[in-house]
Design a protein around this ligand. Structure first.
Ligand code: KIV
Length: 272
């Protein structure tokens, strides 16, 4: 799958599906699900590494996990999903040269074909243009941008007319700078719809309603594996409970005399 396919999907009106993966097991599951794109998101900082934010994630960690994701695929290369890797905090905010080195390192040493980065400030647009001139496709990310958590928090964005006009302008700038798609996170559906209509490139939403060209989700949220989930990421499976019960059953079976009853889903507390 190539980045240009996604623009074709938009033209055809086919909804694009993007799921995160962080290791070989998760990528083999996501690949088998038929998702179009695997995002190695820096949300792995929280989901996998146990950090409170995405900020501590390093470039080496992103590369390490992206390589594992790539090793997990079972299909031949031509049938594999497109792999997009997040550029972690401070790998692109310090200038174009550093960003090219970081993004180039990810593409050179893994099967990722593109990077994602957050924001559309003038400095960021320069970075995006330079990456694209160097042959590195870029996915943008607007709205709730977790690397700016200390400025924006995890609240929904684009609620007042000024910030709505800004995100509409920013999304155009990202398209003009050459992004092949953008993620819009935690913004009103109406604004996501307006962005979708004004752009040729696909707009992939998370917590942005259904009027988008596609959707992205953190796989651990959908599977109900995460300790805490954002309000817009409803689990489709009680994953934690299923896993805990299966493991309890195994423990019980290895020592049948031990009192270790299988717990009921309703008895499980989130801090289990
Ligand atoms: O890091 C991530 O998983 C993301 C998605 C939430 C879009 O950026």
């Amino acid at each position: 799958m190539q980045t240009t396919e996604l623009v074709r999907f938009k033209k055809l009106g086919k909804q694009i599906t993007v799921l995160t993966a962080w290791d070989a097991i998760s990528s083999s599951i996501v690949e088998a699900s038929g998702a179009d794109v695997v995002l190695v998101g820096d949300s792995l900082g929280m989901v996998v590494l146990g950090h409170a934010t995405t900020l501590p994630v390093t470039l080496d960690q992103m590369l390490h996990h992206t390589q594992a994701v790539c090793r997990g695929f079972c299909n031949p290369l031509s049938k594999q999903p497109l792999v997009v890797c997040d550029l972690p905090f401070l790998s692109y905010q310090c200038g174009e040269d550093k960003a090219v080195e970081a993004a180039g390192n990810l593409l050179k040493n893994s099967c990722a074909s593109a990077v994602k980065l957050e924001g559309a400030e003038p400095e960021t647009l320069l970075v995006i243009k330079r990456l694209i001139r160097m042959g590195i496709p870029v996915m943008g990310h607007l709205g709730l941008t977790p690397q700016s958590v200390h400025q924006l928090g995890y609240k929904s964005q684009a609620k007042d007319p000024d910030s709505q006009n800004k995100i509409l302008r920013d999304s155009k700038m990202l398209q003009e700078s050459g992004c092949f798609a953008i993620v819009v996170e935690h913004i009103p559906e109406e604004i996501a719809g307006r962005i979708r209509k004004q752009l040729r490139i696909p707009v992939i939403g998370i917590g942005a309603g259904n009027d988008c060209d596609g959707q992205v989700r953190v796989t651990a949220d959908i599977l109900g594996l995460s300790h805490e989930q954002p309000p817009f990421a409803k689990p489709l499976l009680p994953g934690r409970e299923l896993c805990i019960n299966a493991l309890k059953k195994w423990i019980e079976s290895t020592n049948p005399s031990q009192e270790n009853p299988t717990i009921k889903t309703s008895e499980l507390k989130s801090d289990y």
